[in-house]
Design a protein around this ligand. Structure first.
Ligand SMILES: [Zn+2]
Length: 387
């Protein structure tokens, strides 16, 4: 295999191998499902399988010259298409690479190198917000002008939903190619947002679903990477089957506990300085990027899930933030009337409002005040933030 540490989806993999060996591999495949489940890595493994020189094993050997070229994205039969920054002054006949600055190009090369080594690495270029029509034109020129080398050619389209963003021009151009596929050429469209894709594209593809990874698989992956078993367990719980998230949380456990502390302190006290700390942290995170803010809220949501679970079952086994058990117990004693499910909902609502550019101080204040009511067992009017 190309990746020794890929958590293989055995069912999908066996089906793909069987289809390939029996000459029934569909020329357009859609690898879809939640983020961080190894869809791109499975596509790269398939590209290697089609071209591996070692015929003794059914999986790609990972060692022959062909496999090595697939790993470093230097194989003539493997073509990568991915979102680029939109450039309004890009000439119709210009190659798509012209949309990249020198810095983008260097970054892309480095990221491709990393992707060849790490199965759950995701390539992300700054401001990449569309799959350019120029990228599809480049592809068309190459595919129809030169036949593939021996083996089979794989066109790997990452974040394929960007074919349809901001409009469907690229998707329609690709559709024409899919309708008349060049020989021995296989397209793999990878997406975690197939809901954003054109039905005409989807209906051309054989759909292969990659579900969220099992928690225990993520946990042992992280332990193999050197994370302590306790931290690996916490991160695996928090990531909900998404290895991209898990990798982002690696080495961050102390920070995650700190997040929970900031959130719970603001919720359970009425001290102005703790509210201000919460405000400051959220606005800092909002400025540093949406994903950081999402992580912050996610930790809070999991802390409330802990409380909900403890309140309902008294069982400590499934608690995520185990170091907080003592604090949880005292909170549960102090607020026996609280509706913890409602607290979770209030946090989720607040996060959506902030994402939608709601006025931050107002959203946070409303959330904290509503939570104060919920803790005492009072009802709050949901969606009261829709102002
Ligand atoms: Zn090989």
């Amino acid at each position: 295999m190309i990746y020794s540490d890929l958590i293989l989806n055995e069912r999908n993999w066996d089906n793909l191998l069987t289809a390939f060996r029996t000459g029934r591999l569909h020329h357009a495949l859609l690898f879809h499902g939640p983020s961080g489940t190894g869809k791109s890595a499975h596509a790269i493994e398939l590209a290697a399988t089609l071209n591996c020189k070692d015929s003794t094993s059914s999986n790609p050997c990972g060692l022959c010259p062909s496999c090595k070229k697939v790993r470093s994205f230097q194989h003539g039969n493997v073509r990568l298409v991915l979102p680029f920054p939109r450039k309004t002054n890009l000439d119709k006949s210009s190659p798509s690479i012209k949309a990249l600055t020198d810095a983008d190009l260097t970054s892309l090369q480095e990221q491709m190198k990393t992707m060849g080594m790490k199965p759950y690495f995701k390539i992300a270029l700054n401001n990449a917000n569309t799959i350019l029509i120029n990228s599809i034109r480049d592809l068309k020129n190459e595919l129809y002008l030169s036949p593939p080398d021996a083996g089979g050619r794989i066109v790997l389209i990452l974040d394929a939903e960007y074919l349809c963003i901001p409009n469907a021009t690229s998707a329609n151009a690709l559709l024409k190619i899919l309708e008349e596929p060049p020989e021995k050429t296989y397209f793999i469209l990878v997406t975690s947002r197939s809901d954003l894709m054109l039905e005409t594209i989807l209906s051309r593809c054989q759909k292969i679903y990659f579900p969220a990874l099992p928690e225990d698989a993520i946990e042992s992956f992280l332990v193999d990477e050197g994370e302590s078993p306790l931290d690996a367990h916490l991160i695996a719980r928090l990531s909900e089957g998404n290895m991209h998230l898990a990798r982002n949380f690696q080495g961050m456990v102390p920070q995650l506990y700190e997040n929970v502390k900031t959130i719970l302190n603001a919720v359970f006290t009425k001290q102005p300085d703790l509210w201000i700390k919460f405000h400051k942290e959220v606005s800092r995170l909002k400025q540093s990027g949406r994903i950081e803010m999402d992580y912050f809220f996610r930790t809070g949501i999991f802390a409330f899930r802990d409380l909900l679970f403890l309140a309902e079952t008294g069982n400590t086994e499934n608690v995520v933030f185990v170091d907080n058990l003592q604090k949880y117990q005292s909170v549960l004693e102090k607020f026996p009337q609280s509706n913890w499910a409602e607290c979770i909902q209030l946090m989720e609502d607040a996060l959506s409002f902030i994402r939608a550019n709601g006025y931050l101080p107002l959203v946070i204040n409303a959330m904290l005040m509503d939570m104060g009511k919920v803790l005492k067992g009072d009802e709050v009017k949901r969606f009261s933030l829709q102002y």
